[in-house]
Design a protein around this ligand. Structure first.
Ligand code: ADP
Ligand code: MG
Length: 251
């Protein structure tokens, strides 16, 4: 237990939410997916979001990442209150400042791996930094597969393309929802190790939803959600400690 008067460490937030609420449906059928969440995701750190199925993990990530709207409260990217942005402004903010990795890789089937990786920059009309592009592609281990279509790649290779696509534009923050959920454990470990190095070596900020304690152990910090609220946080998580904490949600 820390002393109640201990000052809160000030860490610049890359994104966050204040009193975030998201309600689906109305009246007796209403589901409070987010029931008043206030959170800050520190810049240049890796934060994992965990919690039982249906606890609001994806909803929190999607609302902070501007993919969905809160019912009330505020969501921030840096100091921009995205709840005030219109659809076009949100689209531009996502394009210019955010990267996304999903469980389903969401690659464009008709584009090569290289074209998929470069697509966010192509859409933004920006040239890639060739040295960084090479480094990302080399690190995710895609070197000789860049000309292949997604259908010619394994699931793990497709997720490597998706990770590279998120990181090559050097976004302010990468949001990942179960990025290793569809991968075998060895490929998952490689992807997580790469995300960790992107934080340590290049100062990338990452927010990752996962239900896997081992995946969460790559983060600096784990936030635990239950019934649409943050109920706990853990610094410097290990898989064992996360697993123990998750067990307390059961039964
Ligand atoms: P998690 O990612 O933690 O599994 P979600 O954020 O997907 O949880 O969902 C939180 C709650 O909101 C769940 O009860 C879910 O059924 C509900 N929910 C999510 N999306 C919708 C939707 N589009 N319509 C209605 N209910 C939804
Ligand atoms: Mg989810």
């Amino acid at each position: 237990m820390s002393a109640p008067s201990a000052p809160t460490p000030i860490r610049a937030a890359a994104a966050g939410a204040v009193e975030a609420r998201k309600t689906y449906g109305k009246g007796e059928a209403a589901v409070h997916a987010l029931a008043g969440v206030s959170v800050a995701f520190p810049a240049h750190e890796f934060t994992a979001i965990m919690g039982p199925s249906g606890s609001g993990k994806s909803t929190l990530m999607q609302c902070v990442a501007g993919l969905d709207r809160l019912t009330s409260g505020q969501a921030f990217i840096g100091d921009v209150d995205i709840s005030r942005l219109d659809k076009n402004q949100l689209t531009l903010l996502r394009r210019d400042r955010l990267g996304f990795i999903f469980q389903q890789y969401n690659l464009i089937p008709s584009l090569s791996a290289r074209e998929n990786i470069l697509l966010p920059l192509t859409l933004a009309g920006t040239d890639p930094d060739p040295a960084w592009f090479d480094q990302v592609v080399h690190t995710v281990g895609l070197g000789d597969r860049l000309k292949n279509l997604p259908s010619q790649l394994s699931g793990g290779q497709q997720q490597r393309v998706a990770v590279a696509r998120a990181l090559v534009p050097r976004p302010d923050i990468v949001f990942a929802d179960e990025p290793t959920g569809a991968l075998d454990s060895r490929t998952g470990i490689e992807i997580l190790g790469f995300m960790r190095r992107a934080v340590d070596d290049t100062g990338q900020t990452i927010v990752m939803v996962t239900h896997d304690p081992h995946a969460a152990s790559y983060a600096n910090r784990v936030l635990f959600l239950a019934d649409g609220q943050i109920v706990d946080t853990m610094e410097a998580p290990t898989a064992d400690r996360v697993l123990d904490r998750m067990k307390r949600f059961e039964g």
